[in-house]
Design a protein around this ligand. Structure first.
Ligand code: ZN
Length: 150
């Protein structure tokens, strides 16, 4: 239960920050908007696709339209709470914190690599070239050989 409890705390903290940010920018804070954001934050570590988020939201709010969910995702991204990137032509949503995403082509999964030094080094070197890093994504074959990525 510890992991769940830790995640709950994280989700609550993000929701509190979101409410403050929405108010600060003059957006309406509606129950529906917060319910969608809660489900997004609860699932964000899985790098969900739009369809996965749609299904998760609809399991609790069956009548909600895809465009409402899409608009809320756009807003969360615009406010810096989530990021998105494309994998195999499909948009995947992700946490906004800096990290590297290892896309395992053979296993069809995305693993977060939380190597702060590596991430900083790449971002610094890209900035030297005038590139502002939006998302770090590495495509790889992760199965077989070695101890595997961790
Ligand atoms: Zn990630």
């Amino acid at each position: 239960m510890q992991r769940g409890a830790a995640l709950d705390g994280e989700v609550e903290e993000k929701l509190a920050r979101l409410v403050a940010e929405l108010k600060r920018r003059g957006y309406r804070v509606t129950a529906q908007r917060l319910a969608i954001a809660r489900i997004v934050f609860e699932n964000i570590k899985k790098h969900p696709s739009f369809m996965e988020i749609l299904q998760a939201v609809r399991s609790r709010m069956p009548s909600i339209s895809p465009s409402t969910i899409y608009n809320n995702l756009q807003l969360l991204e615009q406010l810096g709470f989530i990021k998105s990137f494309d994998v195999a032509g499909e948009t995947r949503y992700d946490e906004a914190r800096p990290h590297l995403n290892l896309v395992c082509l053979d296993q069809g999964k995305i693993i977060d690599i939380d190597d702060g030094d590596l991430v900083e080094e790449i971002m610094r070197r890209m900035e030297e070239r005038g590139a502002r890093v939006r998302e770090l994504v590495v495509y790889a074959y992760c199965g077989g050989g070695g101890s595997g990525p961790g």
